[in-house]
Design a protein around this ligand. Structure first.
Ligand SMILES: [Zn+2]
Ligand SMILES: [Zn+2]
Length: 328
């Protein structure tokens, strides 16, 4: 009960912080663009790429396990009526694995690249599919190539309503109607209502929401409303973003406030395609000031911004693409 009390007090503080973050100036996107990505160019590779599997070890990075021990348990904070039991973060030594299933780039032979994003989080109480890419056929193709299937998924978390993140949901639900789908409450993607019709349980998210042991969906920010996933790992909290339309620095800051710890690593779409080099530089500074050690830009980050992030983070850079496997 003490843990619950501590967590709730932190939550109240966090919600106050999030209110500040929802001021218009903070939700216009890192470089002023939150438009759907349909107008962006197609991925450079629509077919397979020959490369060895890119398994990223985090062993060389300073462990944040000591910080983890001070993070209170996730409490039942969903306002949707779905009450989860109080759960502890994973103990250090229980690795969490993140596998990229859908991305603009394919890094593993036998997989396909396409505009969109999806990754699988395993090693926790429940297996989480974060976003579903744009095309269900490509998602299933890549899942099979990487040795997983829809039946392995317990929970789908949709970051935001854009079709390059929600388009693959139908194909997952058709093969597994036992899943629970978490999505920003204001989302209007048709695939969400179709998932419900197919039998999936829906949980609209309008506040930080625990989805199991050591995993939280952040409060949706901006327009379109966008959440991210915070995963407690033995090395520290890891933030996974879909497009980061509200701004990647703002999302890292909100997540850090939410768990009262620095975000150790951030992965996913950063939406920096329209940013100048100077703007990307300031974003990199912002991430470093927040204590981010490892950075895995994907999807809509853009080639130039990704190169800049790679140079700035050095050993902490994680090359993202279909087939990337990161073990924290
Ligand atoms: Zn988007
Ligand atoms: Zn996107």
């Amino acid at each position: 009960m003490r843990r619950r009390a501590v967590w709730l007090s932190i939550l109240l503080r966090t919600l106050a912080g999030l209110l500040i973050l929802t001021t218009p100036a903070m939700v216009t996107g890192a470089c002023g663009s939150v438009a759907p990505e349909s107008g962006f160019p197609a991925p450079t590779s629509g077919s397979t790429m020959a490369a060895s599997p890119s398994t990223v070890s985090t062993a060389a990075v300073t462990s944040a396990a000591s910080a983890m021990s001070t993070i209170p348990a996730a409490a039942p904070i969903s306002t949707t009526g779905t009450m989860e039991p109080v759960a502890l973060p994973p103990e250090p030594g229980a690795p969490v694995t993140i596998t990229v299933l859908y991305d603009n780039t394919a890094l593993r032979s036998g997989t396909r690249a396409d505009w969109g994003f999806s990754c699988l989080v395993t090693g926790l109480e429940r297996t989480i599919l974060f976003d579903t890419g744009k095309d269900g056929d490509i998602l299933l193709f890549n899942m099979e190539a990487l040795g997983v299937g829809p039946e392995d998924v317990d929970v789908v978390v949709l970051s935001h309503e854009h079709s390059d993140h929600t388009g693959g949901l139908d194909r997952i639900v058709v093969q597994n109607d036992r899943i629970t789908v978490y999505y920003p409450a204001s989302s209007s993607a048709a695939s969400i209502s179709r998932a419900q019709a197919a039998g999936a349980a829906l949980v609209p998210v309008d506040a930080p929401t625990s989805i199991g042991e050591g995993v939280l969906v952040t409060s949706p920010l901006g327009a379109p409303a966008e959440s991210a996933l915070v995963v407690h790992t033995p090395e520290g909290p890891v933030l996974i973003t879909g497009c980061a339309h509200p701004g990647i620095v703002e999302m890292v800051r909100a997540a850090s406030d939410l768990v009262s710890a620095r975000v150790f690593a951030v992965l996913g779409g950063f939406h920096l395609v329209s940013c100048s080099g100077d703007q990307v530089g300031r974003i990199i500074e912002g991430l470093k000031e927040l204590g981010v050690e490892r950075c895995g830009p994907a999807h809509c980050t853009g080639e130039a911004a990704t190169a800049q992030i790679k140079a700035a983070f050095g050993e902490g850079f994680i090359e993202m693409g279909v087939g990337t496997v990161i073990v924290f």
